[in-house]
Design a binder for this molecule. Sequence first.
Ligand code: NAD
Ligand code: MN
Length: 348
Amino acid sequence: RKSLTIGLIPADGIGREVIPAAKQAILALGSDLPKTEFVELLAGFEYFKRTGTALPEETVEILKYDCDCALFGAVSSPSKKVVGYSSPIVALRKELDLYANIRPVISVAPTPDEKPSVDLVVVRENTECLYIKQEELTIGPNGKEARATRLITERASRRIGQIAFELASKRPRKHLTVIHKSNVLSVTDGLFRETVCAVPLLPEVNGRYNDVTVMEQLVDSAVYRLFREPQIFDVMVAPNLYGDIISDAAAALVGSLGLVPSINAGHDFVMGEPVHGSAPDIAGQSIANPLASIRSAALMLRHLGYNKGAGRLDIAVDQVIREDQVLTPDLGGKSKTEEVVEAVLKKI
Ligand code: NAD
Ligand code: MN
């Protein structure tokens, strides 16, 4: 690439505070990246309230045709049904076929030579499960009845399984945990489990995953073990909803949701996104932790092959936590978002 065009979709709440931080961090990389341009794009619940649409077509078109990658902040999706509103992040994952949500959860060890006590990656299927949002409300003999369709396909399970095995095979421990609830949902989760576990037998794999050890764990006990002995986990692969829940739970182990990054990855596009939401409880106070967003930029850049730039961002973030201890309140500090960003920029 001669140049790099990055779409920025801050959306709502603290998304608007942390995405500018990631932009500044990327700009600080200078010549480690090709000539970089940013395109600010609209989406979100606030935008919906103004215009009646949460994800303008223009945003999708520009992402598809003009951008090499993107960074998404967070949306404030209401808990009550709002007519005409649908979450733009769920729609974007679908529109751009970003079928893998990769979420590394890593603690910062007290010294650079020590191993982190938590070092795992949640690989979350990103296009189906309950997120197809086929819900209906009917009236039965005993009152209201709500139903949701949960879709698990062989195709989506296979491709997320391939991502998870590939990732596991490249990590030092080469261990994969398949998360499901097949003891109850033997058809849907049964298909997920069976398809993922069969990935090493696909002809094109050609024995490449023979050294990956596979463990299965029911989702409820997986959360239990995650809290008791997080070090047993390396790569965890899960259907959409379990993956969402497990990654928030894992974030608690490393101190804050404000630290955990992700990418939404597909065949030909990648979108970085902090795991956290729009955090209405702290929005507008300049105390949001920008590190998840900066780490998401690093993941996105690494996915595109800019390993040097990505590495510099990750090291800067680790140093700010470990050495400078310039921390926002979620990590027990007193620093403002801007002060953390300043500290990171200095380390870069
Ligand atoms: P949340 O992740 O926004 O917040 C959970 C808790 O973590 C809050 O106490 C918040 O203050 C804290 N927190 C999160 N990120 C932080 C950061 N960077 N720095 C410091 N503290 C941080 O989850 P929620 O409160 O359940 O949801 C709020 C809104 O966000 C909802 O409308 C929900 O739909 C939306 N949401 C969006 C996404 C997304 O856009 N991908 C993801 C999750 C939730
Ligand atoms: Mn979530």
